[in-house]
Design a protein around this ligand. Structure first.
Ligand SMILES: O=P(O)(O)OC[C@H]1O[C@@H](O)[C@H](O)[C@@H](O)[C@@H]1O
Length: 292
């Protein structure tokens, strides 16, 4: 049996709570942000900070924020919101469908006077979230105006890990990357990545990435399409301590793996054109027994 209800424990911040035979999930209308996805038989897959409260100018720290129409800082104006404004806007809930395998929810966002103050273009975003034993998200971005624009963005999932020491990231290391911590491009170094200290890299690869978590005995695989790079990010202890919405010690329990359209390779959309970006997350147990 599927149970779906709308809660509003923080006024002005409605959240859909979903209980389905294949997974449990929570989706906020603001940012169309998935806050929880817990497939049946597993512990939660997405980190969501208990310190984070929904406030007007900041996205909830965790789940899967949708970054759009730019990734990271705006190239020309540093006072504009980091990672774009889509994560701060209330999206319209379009539809909800359910079957034996999953619950699908559709949200959309169009330009209005507020978005045009920040970014002078006409657009429509359609997001579909499919929550079951696997998670799939599809983001369609369309230019609905009469002049061309370029747009960037990312799916910014925060994945729970048991501890960084027991974590190996595979799928990125053959690729070169831009190291945001040093501001330099670096060559790929083959082998598997371990997260030690602050890691903030935009890899020049779009293949699947796997988080092999020996502590929790599970493997999370992240696959995207329509993106042009992959970010791997963890703030490390020092940067995490500066963030008011990350509790002490939490940095050791999440890693972001993000299919991204970085600034340098945004998509160019002529009037009427659209671009589709998608994300798929699967999880498998590597332990003998799984959480109940
Ligand atoms: O603090 P925010 O806006 O959630 O961003 C978190 C991180 O997001 C990552 O995608 C960026 O590469 C990092 O540079 C950034 O610090």
């Amino acid at each position: 049996m599927t149970e779906i209800f709308r809660a509003e424990s923080v006024p002005g911040f409605p959240v859909h709570e979903i209980r389905h035979i294949r997974s449990r999930a929570r989706v906020a209308h603001r940012g169309a942000q998935l806050l929880e996805w817990t497939p049946t038989g597993f512990d939660p897959v997405l980190y969501c900070s208990r310190r984070s409260v929904p406030v007007e100018d900041t996205a909830v720290r965790g789940g899967i924020p949708i970054c759009w129409p730019w990734f990271a800082d705006h190239p020309d104006c540093s006072s504009l919101p980091l990672h774009g404004f889509a994560q701060l806007m209330v999206w319209t809930h379009g539809y909800m469908e359910t079957n034996d395998d999953e619950v699908r929810m559709g949200f959309w966002l169009e330009d209005d006077a507020d978005t045009r103050d920040l970014w002078p273009h006409r657009f429509r975003l359609d997001l579909e979230i499919c929550m079951g034993a696997r998670l799939a998200m599809r983001l369609r971005m369309k230019n609905t105006g009469d002049s061309a624009f370029s747009a960037g963005g990312a799916f910014h999932p925060y994945f729970v890990v048991g501890g960084l020491e027991g974590l190996v990231v595979s799928g990125v290391t053959d690729a070169g990357y831009f190291d945001k911590t040093s501001g330099r491009f670096k060559a790929g170094d083959a082998g598997r990545l371990r997260i030690e200290g602050e890691v903030d890299r935009i890899y020049q690869t779009t293949g699947p990435v796997t988080l092999c978590d020996q502590t929790l005995g599970r493997r999370i695989t992240v696959e995207g399409a329509g993106h042009r790079g992959t970010v791997v990010w963890n703030p490390g202890p020092e940067e995490a301590a500066k963030a008011r919405d990350i509790a002490p010690g939490d940095y050791d329990h999440f890693v972001a793996v993000e299919p991204v359209l970085p600034q340098e390779v945004q998509v160019f959309l002529s009037p009427g054109e659209e671009h589709l970006m998608s994300l798929e997350v699967t999880i498998e147990s590597t332990a003998l027994s799984r959480a109940g």
